[in-house]
Design a protein around this ligand. Structure first.
Ligand SMILES: NC(=O)c1ccc[n+]([C@@H]2O[C@H](COP(=O)([O-])OP(=O)(O)OC[C@H]3O[C@@H](n4cnc5c(N)ncnc54)[C@H](O)[C@@H]3O)[C@@H](O)[C@H]2O)c1
Ligand SMILES: [Zn+2]
Ligand SMILES: [Zn+2]
Length: 340
């Protein structure tokens, strides 16, 4: 079958891969698959060559494998992770801390090709059945939505808090959405891409935005908040973004680091020391948070479809990555329909 593989630095190829073989794994026909900011890091680095990405998906079961409770035709998604189930983290419901969680992760490892293909196969215990009331597009949005929920759960936002979210990609936007739900009185976005920043405000996810390239941004932060934001959620991972997160939070405040830096970065830790900041990393989600996102969509308590900008074919994936990294396009989440 057809698939999209990493070929080199910023280069994909539409290629061939064997269809998944029958085993205990759940095999699905992929309906929709999201392009993730983490996938962009792999594409930019061009590694690992041959990787078939795609870990945010909606699929229709064609072979339930060892899952006796599933049948052909069921609509599902899955946590793309590969926890060991035996370690302390796994046994306490925190598979995101398991050292094996990314080793065979779906669409993130060579051992488990992802959903940028018409079919994929998934570790049975990670598969979640979804209700008919949510669309294929919403189902494909579950994974990034759960990342934002996890970040906000770690942020301990109190009613009335002022929250700054750095980066208005999908992770920043869902974090901003949940920050409001958690009781923040004021949610502001900082973005380097003004088209995206304006969209965040137009979608009513943020009350206003700062231009991250404006050298007076921090001055504006202090004009708006006096001492800085109660909570800052950093959703970019680069040096200027993490630095601005530390500078924009109030003394005693909390910074949640969600953005992934692919190498070591220089940040002014003295700011964290002298302001006694709480710095927290946030990785992935728990199974409960994943299910919560499905439930919130089913109950119409959150609308994540407003973040979907386009649906494209496998042949258009290369162009979509170029668009998402152009720095001036307002596209947020681009979904791939491998049968388009
Ligand atoms: N921790 C986790 O579990 C987890 C999960 C998924 C994604 N991520 C990471 O979160 C980050 C965001 O993911 P995404 O899908 O939203 O990515 P994205 O690339 O779509 O969005 C990042 C945004 O940050 C903006 N930006 C870059 N530098 C900035 C700066 N200095 N100030 C303000 N804005 C700036 C970019 O213009 C872009 O809009 C990525 O690093 C991704 O790898 C982490
Ligand atoms: Zn993702
Ligand atoms: Zn484990």
């Amino acid at each position: 079958m057809k698939c999209v593989k990493i070929k080199g630095v910023k280069e994909f190829e539409v290629s061939e891969i064997n269809e998944p073989e029958n085993s205990d794994k759940v095999i699905v026909d992929v309906k929709k698959c999201g392009i993730c900011g983490s996938d962009i890091h792999n594409w930019v680095m061009g590694t690992p060559a041959g990787l078939v990405m795609g870990h945010e998906f909606c699929g229709i079961v064609t072979n339930p494998g060892s899952r006796k409770d599933l049948k052909i035709g069921d609509r599902v998604t899955a946590l793309p992770i590969s926890p060991c189930d035996n370690c302390e983290a796994c046994k306490t419901g925190n598979p995101q801390y398991c050292p094996e969680t990314w080793s065979n992760a779906l669409g993130l490892s060579l051992t488990s090709p992802g959903a940028l293909a018409p079919k994929t196969s998934i570790r049975p215990d990670m598969v979640l059945k979804v209700p008919d009331s949510i669309s294929d597009e919403e189902v494909a949005m579950t994974e990034p939505t759960a990342v934002g929920l996890h970040a906000v759960n770690l942020a301990n936002i109190k009613i009335g808090d002022k929250v700054l979210v750095i980066g208005a990609g999908i992770i920043g936007l869902v974090s901003a959405m949940f920050a409001k739900k958690a009781g923040a009185s004021n949610v502001v976005i900082s973005e380097a891409n003004i088209a995206r920043a304006e969209k965040a405000v137009a979608l009513k996810v943020a009350d206003k935005y700062y231009d991250a390239k404006d050298e007076n941004m921090l001055k504006k932060v202090y004009e708006d908040t006096i001492k800085g934001y109660d909570v800052v959620i950093e959703c970019c991972g680069n040096e200027p973004a993490v630095t601005s997160a530390l500078m924009a939070v109030k003394p005693g405040g909390t910074v949640v680091l969600v953005g992934v830096a692919t190498g070591a970065i220089n940040i002014p830790t003295v700011v964290a020391v002298t302001r006694e900041l709480t710095l927290k990393g946030a990785i992935a989600y728990t199974k409960e948070e994943f299910q919560t996102c499905i439930d919130l969509m089913a109950n119409k308590e959150i609308d994540v479809l407003k973040f979907v900008s386009d649906t494209i074919s496998l042949e258009e994936v290369q162009k979509a990555y170029e668009r998402l990294t152009s720095g001036n396009d307002d596209a947020i989440k681009i979904l791939v329909d491998p049968n388009k």
